[in-house]
Structure formats: C-alpha cells, structure tokens
Ligand binder design. Sequence first.
Ligand code: ZN
Length: 581
Amino acid sequence: MKGKYLFIFCFLSLFLNLHAQKPPLLKLRFEENYSPTWEETIGMYRQLDRHYKEALLIEAGGTDSGLPLHTFIISKSREFDVSRLKRQGKTVLLINNGIHPGEPEGIDASLQFAADLLRNKDGMAEFLQNTVIVIIPVYNTGGALNRSAWNRSGQTTPYETGFRGNSANLDLNRDFTKCDSEEARSFTALFQKWDPDVFLDTHTTNGSDHQHSITLIPPQPDLFPAPMEKVITGKMLPELFSAMKKGDYELIPYVDWFYEDARSGIRGGQESPRYSSGYAARFHCYGMMTENLIYKPFPDRVKSTCDFIRALVKFTSENNSLILRSRQEGREKTKQMIRYPIAFSIDTTRFLMIPFGGYERDPAQISRVTGVKRPGYDHNRPFRDTIRWYNRYQPSEYVDVPEYYVVSQAWKKVTDLLTLNGIEYRRLVRDTVMEVTVDYLEEVSGATRPYNGHYYHEKFTTRTERQKISYFAGDWLIPVRQNKMLYLLEMLEPKAKDSFFRWNFFDSVLDQREYFSPYGFEENALRTLEELPALKAELEARRKADPEFAGNHTAQMAFIYNHSPWLEKSWKRYPVGRIFR
Ligand SMILES: [Zn+2]
C-alpha cells in the first residue's frame, strides 16, 4: 500500500473504530413473538442503568398492585435533577407504556430504543443534545402480572400478554382526572414534576383493518392555543408523517371511519382529560398516542413503534426552542381567554388528503369458524388511495371564564387532587361572606350501571344564581388565570366532560338533608305565612284556582316549605363559587 493510501486507511480505521457500534446489551425477543414480563422489563432497564452513566432507573411512586412505578431517565449530561435540566433549556419527552398491558409494543420498543440510543447506534446519541427522555417501562403493573395466553381475543401475537384492567380492575386510560388508582396518583406527581413538553402513550387497536402497522392519535389541534396549534399542524405532524414515510413503516392517522369505510374519509378523535393525551393537552403538553394495528405481526408492530419513538425524539431535540417557546406563548394566550369551550363537534368542512393503504371490504366473507357470512376485508385485494382526514373541531358550547373559584375545604378529595396537580391557591385567613355566582344542578339523570367505579353524570341541566355565601378561614380561593388554567376549568366547570362533578366528587349535594312532616311543620308554617304576606297571598290564590290543591293538606304544606327559606339553599347547589371581574 502506498504511503498516502496507507495514511488514509489508518485514519479511516481509527475513525471507524472510534465510532464503532458496541454490541447490543439487551436481548429482546419480539422477533419470536415474545414480549418481556414485568420482572424481565425492569431487569433490562436495571442492566442499562448499571452499564450507562447517562441512564437512571428510579421508583416514582406506587401502584395498586403494591409494586413500585418505575421511570427510566436518559440524560446525556448525566444530570437527572429536573429543575437543573429545565434551567439548562432541555425539552422533556415522556413515554408511557403498558397502560393496557395486552398492548405491549411500546414496552419492547422503548427498551429497544433506549438500548440503541445509549450505545449510539447510527449516531443516535445526537438526539440527546437538547432533550431528556423519561420512560415509564410498564404503567399498569397489576395488569402486566395478570399475564396469560388467553388475554386479547383479537390478537394472535405475541403469544402471551398482560390484562387490560389494573389490580383494582380499573381502565387506567380513563383514570387521569378521577385518579382512583395509585398509578394515576403516581403519574400525576411525576407528570407535574417533569412537566413534559412532549408526551407519548403507546397502544394497540383493532378498530379496522388496513395495510399499516402503526397509526397515530396526534395532539388534537383545536385543544391548543394558537401558538401551539400552529406547531402541531404546520410542523410537528408534517415532519413526523414524512419521517416515517422515509422508513419501513408508513404512519397514518388512527383509523376511525367517517361514514362506512376508510375511502369515505376518517376522523380524528378529541380526547377529554380522562385519557392520558387529553390530560397532557390541558397542561400545554404535546401529547399523543400510537395505536399499532393488532392484525399485523408483532415484530412489525414493535419495530414501527421504535421508528416512531426515534422520529419523535429527533423532532423534539431539533425543535427544542420552538417547542419551549410555543408552550410559553400558549400558556400566556390561554390566560387571556374570556370564554372557554367545554364541548366540541367535528368540523365536516375541513379535511386533509392523506395517503392510505387499505384492503377492499368484503361484506359477505364466509367465516371459517361458523361457516356463516361475516363482514370483513379481502387481503388479496389491497389498494392505495388518497383519503380525507377530518381532524378539526369547532366549539359547540362555551362557559365564561371567572377570575376566581371558591371551594370550601370540606371537599378534600377535590382539593387534594388540585394540590397533586400543582394548582396555585390561597386559603382564606378569616371567615368571609362572599357574593359568588353558583350553579344549581337540575334534572341530573344518574347512570344505571357503574362505569370504571363511578356513576358518571352524562346528562344534567344548570341554572345560575348570584348568592351571598359564608366561607370560612381555610377555604380555598383559586385564581383562574394561572399556568394550569385549562386543567382547572376542565375539573371545576361541572359541564366539562371529565369534571369532578361528572365523576361523582360532589354527589352529596344532590341529596336533600332536611324536610318537613305534615303534622310537625304546623306551628312554623303558620308563623312563616304571617311573616311572608306575599307567600300567604300566593297560597290563597293557588287554593282558589285549584280546588284539589285546596283540599290537600300535604300539598299545601309542601308549597309553603318549598317556597320559603325553610327549603335548604345548598340542595343541588354546585359547591364551587365563581367570582367574575
Ligand atoms: Zn389501549
């Protein structure tokens, strides 16, 4: 070899050697349709923690199963203190896995991704320049322990998975506001501590059948103030979809048909805060969910999720300052809101055209099980098309934004959750009578069956009054225009979809605590009529107009009771007062 070439060769070998990839540390078995157990998963993260100074596995609270909830943090600077990391201007990306342990792609994919990133596979470590990654290895520990080959009847791989419910049989992806589970309380604390800029929750869907291994429920643009909405629609989604298109697994939005099949268009969802990504949105966090298609081979589901995590981390790191700035501007914009939309409907006039690989529908496929026709898809007739994606919503109902809420300290379950969520408040220093605006909850129709441990209030009407109410030292005065204002409105406006009222936190106000006896009310009723001549006149007019009423003692006593101060004012009165400017 001539001198010059020898020099180049030596230089290249040295260069390649320096950048040589270390062999993988972990042995994942998703190619064999095996997803690790909870113990194996935590064991592998422990291995990474021991091997790399840039990684830390820690316990972050408890779960209903009695096992700890873990977080695995990857930080290039080896700094793991959140306030110092925030001061350094790092973005935080939080990834949650195994909320539904029967949907385990993210458990495998996060392990694979973490291991690849830490060994700098393909120069991936550059993604850590501006971003810290926090991974929840398995959120639903109890569901993960309840592992069996008989969970998930629509799924053929992996051969064994965990169970959807947690140890208390709760669906944890409905629990982010009511926080019945220890998991949700631990999550709330860690979410509030890390205040992630971007959040991903990994899932699997069986909603339809098509050619794509991975779909995305993106941050719903209309839930975000303008500076963030612009980032989602103008940058984040175009770049994530385009990054995935360049790889092996083309990403499409989650497939929910608009009419009868995908060719007629699909619609985006809008998550209320009971769901992880909906909860994240109320803290100005770019939250989203991947939904792998259950009918695809497990290895493809894992690899496509791994690719997506990689694209998301890259985007988060490269757009660090845009993400931080848009969140800050978004929060300021939110604080200027005069009215807040509490209900939305899909906008059928706005859509994007997106590429889609489907299978022709076969409405009369013969089932190999029953020999009878069933609706299905013909995998021998794949098609490519461009379809409509409807992903814009319009507000359909608003509430006026008050300056303060006033909550009596008696509602401790509520104030505890507000505290856990980092809401700012003041305690009254002395007993005070305040004039506030209150709602009366009327025509509340109770659910006939429990749902996730509650009788959710689907339908009710409200009537508003201004009243002077006595509050006591220690009661809560909550300024509304604060950083966590969206969460506050969602929880304290009774008509918001996942408000504390909807989930039964205030149900005791729906009972009437006192009443009258037709015999015992005699003396006081007599005195009341003497003291309230207008009521007496009303009663007499009613007697004249309605002979049946005139002959009914109990009906008349009820009339006096219900139209006088005897009737308790607090009955059906929503116990959160509003103060407007
Ligand atoms: Zn799920």
